[in-house]
Design a protein around this ligand. Structure first.
Ligand SMILES: [Ca+2]
Length: 400
């Protein structure tokens, strides 16, 4: 009897898994494809092709603006301005074209590559791909502006393979430029700088009231679609008369956060209520909390005009965040909170599973030093991979 029951359960579980996989690789109505056990991660493949439904790998390459494991890391390098220290005469657009096979040949032995943004970022890690095999990490170096306190020991260089190197730094201050140098930079093919991955996607959410029972629910802000036209059904909407309309996201596992991107409701230009709808977000409050409900960040919008998209930097890129809350405060028109998407860039913490890594802390670190915590983003280790292993996540065996 028990055996029969086990079999039925097995078949049930298999069919659920199978169905999830089937749903994941079908494009949703916004033309996105998904992966993961609950189809909770968005594919970011070149030419918008579907990714592997289990691990998110892309058949060709990542879409431009994305890189790293399962193409889940947003790239800040392609939003930066790159300047060579020896003048701007050389074409360096290959570095940020998202194609690892197009490389620069700068034929100079030593120079600085200055990378600047017209906004502030947090630096966590970057990836360099070069055309000529490297084995010495000192052939790359990274420098931060003078007002950003760093010590060499705060950055760790890790080889993924002979032409790919990651640099991780433990920095808590926002900055808007970094410098790279070293002879190997002259053969650079790609530079990716991590903004983090969108940790908000498909996380559990709630709001203090619903405008309708089945539409414009809190989950619409984490459905992966920043489409801001309300009728597309991908925005939230609280009920009229709610005295403090609030939206809340509860992370399944604590995360670190570097920045927030909030998509306002944007009606077509000639809509009669376009301005009024935009103004509902004016003066909003964003609060984040740790696991014991202490406030991590308390941000109030003070923009003089309303924006279609708000970018807010975290106050502490290493703080552990458990809950995010947004409240509307503007009473010029109707007091209503509408969010078309809330993207939260950050990463896993893997606090309980200390020696694990990945989006769900599902993988085990495989470091040279036993018991060492690996980087949650890639699974690579400060001490290097365990003997006999190499590659991203130290999970490729040298014994064929
Ligand atoms: Ca949405």
């Amino acid at each position: 009897m028990t055996l029969v029951f086990s079999w039925i359960l097995f078949i049930l579980v298999q069919s659920v898994t199978y169905n999830a996989a089937q749903l994941c690789d079908t494009k949703d109505r916004f033309n996105n494809t998904w992966f993961g056990s609950d189809c909770q991660y968005k594919c970011h493949c070149k030419n918008n092709v579907a990714c592997n439904v289990t691990n998110g790998d892309c058949p060709n390459a990542c879409d431009i603006g994305w890189f790293g494991p399962a193409c889940q890391y947003a790239d800040l390098a392609n939003t930066a301005k790159l300047i060579l220290s020896d003048g701007a005469s050389k074409d360096i657009t290959n570095i940020t074209d998202g194609d690892d096979t197009t490389c620069t040949d700068l034929t100079v032995s030593s120079f600085w590559l200055r990378i600047t943004w017209n906004f502030n970022i947090y630096f966590t890690w970057l990836r360099l791909v070069v055309s000529i095999a490297e084995s010495q990490s000192e052939r790359f170096s990274i420098k931060f502006p003078d007002n950003v306190p760093t010590q060499n020991s705060e950055c760790i260089n890790v080889f993924i393979d002979k032409i790919t190197m990651d640099i991780y730094c433990n920095i808590s201050k926002p900055l808007n430029e970094i410098f790279l140098n070293g002879s190997a930079v002259s053969t650079i093919c790609s530079l990716y700088i991590s903004k983090g991955r969108n940790v908000a996607l498909k996380q559990p959410t709630n709001q203090t009231s619903n405008f309708y029972d089945s539409y414009y629910l809190s989950s619409a802000a984490v459905d992966g679609n920043g489409y801001s036209i309300f009728s597309d059904g991908s925005c939230t909407h609280t009920a009229e008369g709610d005295p403090a309309p609030t939206w809340i996201l509860y992370f399944k596992s604590v995360v670190t956060v570097t920045s927030y991107t909030i998509y306002n409701r944007v009606q077509p230009l000639l809509s009669y209520n376009r301005e009024a709808d935009l103004f509902r977000l004016k003066g909003f409050i964003l609060r984040t909390f740790d696991q014991t409900n202490n406030i991590v960040q308390n941000y109030t919008d003070t923009e003089t005009s309303v924006l279609e998209v708000y970018n807010i930097l975290s106050t502490d890129p290493w703080a552990q965040v458990s809950k995010v809350q947004m409240t509307a405060t503007d009473t010029t028109n109707l007091l209503i909170l509408t969010l078309c998407e809330v993207e939260i860039f950050g990463d896993s913490v893997c606090q309980i599973d200390k020696f694990k890594y990945g989006h769900d802390c599902e993988n085990v670190c495989n470091c040279a030093v036993p018991g060492e915590k690996c980087f949650v983003s890639t699974g690579n280790c400060p001490s290097g991979c365990k003997a006999g292993f190499y590659g991203q996540g130290c999970n490729k065996s040298m014994n064929f």
